[in-house]
Design a protein around this ligand. Sequence first.
Ligand SMILES: Nc1ncnc2c1ncn2[C@@H]1O[C@H](COP(=O)(O)OP(=O)(O)OP(=O)(O)O)[C@@H](O)[C@H]1O
Length: 246
Amino acid sequence: MHSGHLLVASDIVKKFGGLTALDGATIAVPLNSFVILAGPNGSGKTTLLNVISGIYQPDRGKVIFEGRDITYTKPYIRAQLGIARTFQTPRVAYKMSVLDNVIFGYVSKDAPLDFRWKARERELVKRAFEVLKLVKLDHMWDRPASQLSGGQLKLLEIARALMANSKLILMDEPGAGLNPTLAHELFQFMRDLSRRGFSLLVVEHRLDIAADYGDYMYVLYNGRVLAEGEPAEVLSNPQVIQAFML
Ligand SMILES: Nc1ncnc2c1ncn2[C@@H]1O[C@H](COP(=O)(O)OP(=O)(O)OP(=O)(O)O)[C@@H](O)[C@H]1O
């Protein structure tokens, strides 16, 4: 089961004291795919992203990335292996330029100063520009990140993940706070990325929009997978409709 997948999180249980946030959830992300993780508030979506990125360790279950068991590996090791995470509120350095955000997002903040200096070498700057071109922010390279719009900040976070050569990008509600036009553009961009060698696992509430672009959807409910499959099909499942109404 699930052979050939980039990531498999199987039978994940995560408890917070007496509360069971995840209760045996299993999801898989194939190579080159855009997978949507949906579910009502409190169903365990963010907790599952945190278990996959290593912020939490599960009480039961396994996380397998490229065939390797990473259930108990530290977040920075997972980042080195190719797992990137973006957050609901973009975590960028607002006073730094767009270009420096891409470069220094790649070089860890606790890296020694001379290493950080080396990061400015030509090759890295060149690559940062290529990545910025990909997210269409190259014309803004010397502006402080504070001048970017909400949608552009999300693209900047994606740029940092691309700069780090990530294979799997975990995103928490990228569509939040964007107008419908921008949300469509962002999801289209994410779909394009998934056709260029990156896989995405995305927690999203704007399902009316995201469903058009995702390859596969999981719906969590009370910490378990209630339904999975092609997005349009999943969203017309009566159990799913009921879960979202409760
Ligand atoms: N660090 C924590 N300590 C205690 N309880 C937590 C913690 N993190 C999450 N929970 C609880 O676990 C459950 C699942 O939360 P989680 O944030 O994963 O849900 P979610 O599906 O992402 O919800 P939302 O859509 O509202 O973001 C909730 O009941 C939440 O209160």
